[in-house]
Ligand binder design. Structure first.
Ligand SMILES: NC(=O)C1=CN([C@@H]2O[C@H](COP(=O)(O)OP(=O)(O)OC[C@H]3O[C@@H](n4cnc5c(N)ncnc54)[C@H](OP(=O)(O)O)[C@@H]3O)[C@@H](O)[C@H]2O)C=CC1
Ligand SMILES: [Fe+3]
Length: 472
């Protein structure tokens, strides 16, 4: 029921060039910043405030009125007020009936209240149409115009028309709305600004943990062991030699970890005989942060490249080369070129360069500006086919580099294998399962499952899919 006829008029689509008036409750930091931006975009702005005195901080073209008066002037009311003050809106329920209320509020803690702020508002004012938006944009960024990092505005709400009106405003302000669905999504949107790089957390902790492990592993085997058994002090290895072992190892393992969850997923789908079942939580989370794992792997690979390129400038390298020349001079013997060695060293460098090139290509195509411009088949081709090729090349690079002494006793100290041997376990396992098991043997049934051909009668019943036994 709409008691206020002007509401219906204001809610009708605006076909003229003139923008409709927007009301903002609250003249605090966010209210002022948003009002400022709206006036720039051509919206008449009217503030609803407890005090109608105009301070010089308020945008000068805006009007400031009491809450009820201000609300009557607009179909959309943006609440730039903290949730704990929402109770003052209850007496205004009649004025706000049928209007679009935009909840922009954030909390101080994750899941601070049982229901999201927007749902709380909708319960307080059931006659209004609540839309959640703008909470991920900062007042400072709005005012200073430095919105490069966060142009995206998450929007959700139960009323499609109201949501559309808010999304139009978002677009008019030069921002990009992202429809997150019904008001049920508000909790997630409210938690978003409280999380620091949510998708990066697991990949970051994992890489930090693995890096620390491999670093101390190398310190123990390359510095402490040599010091104890050979009485040689190689402590300067900490600066470049060891990082240049840890970085390629990390790049290789993390790249393999990007493809490992896909293998688990394939095994689970094959085992269940359907794709209509949820993956376990850990696998779901792992699948979601593959891009971040890949980007961290790329960072390690880039560091490995730089650390390798500085090698000729190192005193240790110069000393080793000089020592070789002097020993040849002293023995009056010129060593012939070892062709096997020449082949090996050129091959591992070539494999490394190619692998790194593909790695960079994977990184570039994962950037939103690029991935938005390719269709999903192209994206899958690059991320899956070229990704596996990069993994093969990088694994081959490590194998050719270290393979010749993997079997020699010098690769094992204190019965522990060399770090390169360790680094090959996961990538080799991924490649073997993928190319020996999945690819030649079970790719066909797997593809059929992924296209919705049911092999499991239980799920087939649920999803109304026809079991096509003859095809499997
Ligand atoms: N600041 C930011 O960068 C961002 C803020 N937000 C959200 O925006 C909302 C406002 O934040 P911000 O502007 O920084 O906060 P401020 O404290 O600067 O402003 C809040 C405003 O709310 C009004 N208000 C305060 N108490 C009451 C009350 N008891 N009854 C009615 N109105 C009251 C006041 O307006 P008046 O005096 O005019 O009545 C006050 O200026 C918060 O929910 C916040 O989470 C969201 C994203 C970013
Ligand atoms: Fe290398």
């Amino acid at each position: 029921m709409n008691k206020n006829p002007s509401n219906t008029m204001a809610l009708a689509p605006n076909t003229s060039n003139k923008r409709e008036t927007v009301c903002i409750f609250g003249t605090g930091d966010f209210g002022r910043a948003l009002g400022h931006k709206m006036i720039q975009a051509g919206y008449p702005v009217v503030y609803g405030s407890r005090s109608t005195q105009i301070s010089n901080l308020i945008p000068k073209d805006a009007e400031v009125l009491g809450h009820a008066e201000a609300a009557q002037k607009a179909a959309i009311i943006i609440l730039a007020i903290q949730r704990q003050h929402y109770n003052f809106l209850t007496p205004l329920a009649e004025v706000l009936r049928g209007k679009v209320l935009v909840d922009i509020s954030n909390n101080l803690k994750l899941n601070q209240y049982a229901e999201s702020n927007a749902e709380h508002l909708a319960q307080l004012l059931p006659g209004s149409k609540v839309v959640k938006a703008f909470n991920t944009v900062s007042a400072w960024a709005l005012q200073s115009g430095t919105l490069d990092a966060s142009r995206q505005v998450f929007v959700c709400g139960d009323d499609v028309e109201a949501k559309q009106m808010v999304m139009n405003i978002v677009r008019a302000l030069g921002l990009t709305p992202l429809d997150k669905g019904s008001l049920l999504a508000a909790q997630e949107i409210e938690n978003y600004p409280l999380q620091l790089f949510p998708m990066w957390r697991f990949p970051m902790y994992l890489s930090l943990g693995l890096t620390a492990f491999f670093f101390f592993y190398c310190v123990a085997l390359d510095i402490i062991y040599t010091y104890i058994y050979e009485k040689k002090n190689f402590s300067f290895f900490i600066a470049i030699t060891i990082p240049n072992r840890v970085c390629p190892v990390m790049a290789l393992i993390l790249l393999a970890l990007v493809y490992l969850p896909g293998i688990f997923a394939a095994i689970i789908q094959l085992y269940r005989g359907t794709k209509y079942g949820r993956f376990p939580d850990w696998l779901d989370k792992w699948m979601l942060c593959r891009k971040q794992l890949g980007l961290i792997a790329l960072a390690f690979a880039s560091l490995h490249v730089v650390l390798t390129l500085v090698s000729p400038r190192r005193a240790f390298t110069k000393w080793k080369t000089g020592k070789g020349i002097i020993s040849q001079v002293l023995n009056n013997k010129t060593e012939p070129l070892d062709h096997t060695n020449a082949w090996l060293s050129d091959s591992y460098l070539a494999l490394g360069i190619l692998g790194f090139f593909l790695f960079v290509l994977l990184g570039i195509t994962s950037l939103p500006s690029i991935s938005n411009n390719v269709n999903w088949r192209e994206f899958r081709f690059v991320q899956s086919k070229l990704g596996y090729l990069a993994l093969i090349l990088c694994t081959a690079h490590t194998l050719v580099y270290g393979g010749k002494w993997f079997l020699s006793p010098s690769a094992y100290k204190w019965y522990l294998p060399n770090i390169y041997i360790l680094s090959l376990i996961v990538p080799c396992a991924v490649l073997v399962v993928k190319f020996v098991l999945i690819f030649p043997c079970i790719d066909k049934p797997l593809t059929q499952i992924r296209q919705g051909w049911e092999r499991n009668p239980k799920y087939a019943k649920q999803t109304n899919y026809i079991i096509n036994k003859s095809a499997v």
